[in-house]
Ligand binder design. Sequence first.
Ligand code: ADP
Ligand code: ADP
Length: 229
Amino acid sequence: LPLLQIKGVAKRYDSHQALKTVSIDMRKGEIISVLGPSGCGKSTLLQLIAGLSLPDEGEILLDDKVIASSKGMLPPEKRGVNMVFQDYALWPHMSVLDNIAYGLTIRKMDRSAIRDRVTELLDLLQLNGLEKRLPPQLSGGQQQRVAIARALATQPALLLLDEPLSNLDMRLRIEMRTEMAYIFRKLGTSVFHVTHDPEEAFAMADRLLIMREGEVDQVGTPQQCYSRP
Ligand code: ADP
Ligand code: ADP
């Protein structure tokens, strides 16, 4: 059974059809990268999965439960889906530690269990020694590592990445795309990743979803997509 099923989803803004019947299934533990030029509908698709907007047609199922259709949606906080944004969106007044622990604290997880989980994430994302800093005291790459740690802390069923490396310089992008793919595979995290950067998509994805003008142009492994004209 697929983890995520997107079935004939369409979305229109006023007179513009941003998505025209997009369908794809994703299995648990898979990393899918959605690739395509600006305006092809990547963010719109991600927002539908995240619960930030409603489809006009079709439905989205997570673990075989309908989470979105034209009739309504399960609210974002009840989906088991976390998102990492291009601009990190950390809480600037909270320490690195408190940012990462936030989702666990509001779920009233046991304090020693929170400490263990946060320690594991600090190790995994190479953030040791930065626990007490505030986000404005970190580099862009470090902020994005904290945002990823925060999103992983609650062990979401699905992690959404919206152009996660776009604000970083080229050297960091190359370093982090390899590292992120390693971490997600190690943890078995299911990832739906949106980018306009082909190299990032090819480096991270098990499968690519290549979009064009609101439609799916190609779906396949990087190898399959690369060898097609
Ligand atoms: P991408 O993420 O691939 O750049 P988007 O999903 O953001 O594409 O946008 C798809 C199309 O829908 C674009 O033509 C964009 O201008 C349009 N669009 C996106 N959001 C809105 C909106 N809130 N209102 C009107 N048009 C929108
Ligand atoms: P990206 O290309 O990184 O996805 P965009 O610049 O397309 O980002 O969109 C950024 C935000 O602006 C999104 O929330 C999108 O829904 C909104 N947006 C995009 N195009 C339009 C539009 N034509 N009218 C209104 N809002 C839009």
